[in-house]
Design a protein around this ligand. Sequence first.
Ligand SMILES: C[S@@+](CC[C@H](N)C(=O)[O-])C[C@H]1O[C@@H](n2cnc3c(N)ncnc32)[C@H](O)[C@@H]1O
Length: 300
Amino acid sequence: MIQLIHGDCLDKMRGIADASVDLTVTSPPYDNLRTYNGNNALWGEHVWREVIAELYRVTAEGGVVVWVVADATINGSETGTSFRQALHAMECGFRLHDTMIYHKANPVPNEIGKRYQASFEYMFVWSKGKPKSFNAILEPAKMYGKAKPIKSGRQFRQADGSMKASHGLKYNKPMKFRHNIFSYNLSGSKEHPATFPEPLACDHITSWSNEGDAVLDPFMGSGTTGKVAAQLGRKFIGIELDPEYFAIAEARIHGADGRSERADHAGAGDGASSDQQDETVRSGRRRKARVDAVDQRERA
Ligand SMILES: C[S@@+](CC[C@H](N)C(=O)[O-])C[C@H]1O[C@@H](n2cnc3c(N)ncnc32)[C@H](O)[C@@H]1O
C-alpha cells in the first residue's frame, strides 16, 4: 500500500493511527538553508518539536526513526539545531539508539572561513524501546579465521587445588557489522535541491524493517524513501508540502513498483541511472539473504 499525501505533515500526521509505523526515514529542512519554493518560511523550532512528538505517537513499539540532518552556519557558528532535535526526541520518549554519520564521498567544494571542508551530515537513529528489527549490513572481516583469546569469567580447579580463570579461543567470523559511518557519492537532483542518495534509503530500510512493514517519510521531497520502500516491498506513507516536489515524488514512487514504468522515470531525482537504481535494490536483497544465512548458521 502506497499512500502519498500533499500537505503540511504536522496536520496530515494527525490522521495516522497511533503505533502504526515501523520505520521513518526522513530529512527535514535544515534550518533556513533552502527556501523550498518559498514553503520554508513557516519552518522553525515550534514545527520540528511537534513533528518529533507526532513521530513518537505514530511509531510502533520497537519501531525506528532515521532523522538525516545538518545545521546551517549563521554568523560563523553552526546553529546546533540537529543536537537540539536529537535531545528533544529523547524528551519525547525515544531512545537515541545510534548517532550515525552520512559521509559525503564527493562533497561540493566550499572553503569558507577558517574551517575544514564540510563533508558529513548526522543520521540520528531513534527507537521506541529496543529496535524490533535489525538486519545488519555485513562486510568481510579482515581478521577472519584468526583466533583471539577470550576470558569466560568461569573458574576451574587445578590439579593442585588452586582456581584458575578459563581462557578459551574465539575465532573471528568471516563477516562483521559495517561501521556506523556510511559513505555515499552524491549525484544531485536537478528537480529538488536537497535529496539524499537512494542507497542511503536502501541501507536504512533494509537494516531497520522487513518486507510488508510500514515506512513513513513526513518530509518526502522528491520521494527517495518512498521509491526505495516500494521497490523493497514495504508499505509507504509520504507527505510533502510543495505541489511541485509532490508531483515529482508521485511519478518516482508510482514508477517504482512496476519495472516498465520505472524505466520512464530513470534519472529523475538523484540522477542515478536505472541500472544503478536496480543494483541498489538488488544489493539490498542480496544483503538480506546473507544476513538470513548467517542467522540460520548461528541458530543451527
Ligand atoms: C530535505 S528535503 C527532503 C528531501 C528528500 N529526502 C529527498 O530525497 O527528496 C525536505 C522537504 O520537506 C518539505 N517540507 C518542509 N516543511 C514541510 C511540512 N511542514 N510538511 C511537509 N513537507 C515539508 C520541503 O518542501 C522539502 O521538499
